[in-house]
Ligand binder design. Structure first.
Ligand SMILES: [Zn+2]
Length: 124
């Protein structure tokens, strides 16, 4: 299981704004309609968060759901690329997907997910 730590939007100065859904495409988000708008959160900045707009930490996780096929692949030491594909086919929850969910829930911002997940060391 992979994990990354990001910052949580400050609850004290959190505000919601409308954003074009297409801006979330890089996270794997598929807008249902052209011009779809999603509501995202951001911190305006206040004394509590020292005007950063963030307060506290938020974990992003990559979960691997195991099944018989994957266990069998691990046992026979299948190539990692095959294993990864099998995990995706099995509905593996990737880091960016977890990030996307938390952005859509208003817990953090797309920029923060970008900063934390799309950095060196992550090959996904
Ligand atoms: Zn604040």
């Amino acid at each position: 299981m992979a994990q990354r730590l990001g910052r949580r939007v400050c609850p004290n100065c959190k505000e919601y704004y409308d954003e074009e859904a297409v801006t979330l495409r890089r996270f794997g988000f598929k807008p249902e309609t052209e011009g779809q708008v999603v509501q995202l959160a951001r911190g305006k900045g206040c004394e509590i968060c020292r005007y950063t707009g963030f307060k506290g930490r938020l974990g992003f996780y990559e979960l691997m759901r195991s099944n018989g096929i994957i266990q069998e692949m691990i046992v026979r030491r299948a190539p990692l690329t095959d294993l990864r594909q099998a995990c995706k086919d099995n509905g593996m929850h990737e880091l960016r997907e977890d990030g996307l969910i938390k952005v859509l829930e208003g817990q953090t911002t797309p920029e923060e997910v970008m900063r934390v997940i799309f950095t060196a060391g992550y090959d996904g």
